[in-house]
Design a protein around this ligand. Sequence first.
Ligand code: MD3
Ligand code: FE
Length: 217
Amino acid sequence: MNLDLFGEAPPSPQAPSEIAPGAFALPGFALSAAPTLWAGISSTLLASPLRHLHTPSGLRMSVAMSNCGTLGWVSDASGYRYQATDPLTHSAWPPMPDAFLALAHAAAKQAGYTGFVPDACLINRYAPGARMTLHQDKNERDYAAPIVSVSLGLPAVFELGGLERGDKVQRLTLHHGDVLVWGGPARLRFHGVQPVEAGQHPLTGPYRFNLTLRQAG
Ligand code: MD3
Ligand code: FE
């Protein structure tokens, strides 16, 4: 008998599922690219280190952030905005790694959004206890482009609300390698991340990382 252990197809990512109108989950879509994405994160953070930004009202964010691409998202006493230079280094943000662009473009295409070319990638790092309160992403110039988010490392419970802050929230756990695509009527929905629980991941150690790829300018 021939046990063809090596001839089988590799585990393939599941098909996209529409979790809300315009919003698609691609479970495991980034699994095979994860080591390459991690290398891109590491080189980005050497040039533009993670830092805890402050909200316009002066609260220190629990998530540590950096950016790559021609624009980066920042927050300080003057407000939330995208800008071309890193306020920490006063240099341009590091270039977006090709692997980030390729993954985001392919994920958007899988979800039915063709021609997505992000110019900004926010890198979020969650240590245990870090969270993101319910908010909308409204600092981008054109809401017609989708947003692609990639989860790496420790899992987190994601909260998806509606178009009004008080709308009912649905919860879903995001795992290493999961990709979400937010476009059309989902683009301005409220969303957040519950406090991350302590753990260890072989790639990211004691952290959850999230890449949020946007066409911001
Ligand atoms: C739903 N980041 O950086 S990614 C953010 O996991 C942000 O770090 C979270 O929210 C994180 O702004 C969530 C999933 C996500 C990103 C953008 C969205 C969900 C979204 C835009 C519209 C609706
Ligand atoms: Fe957001």
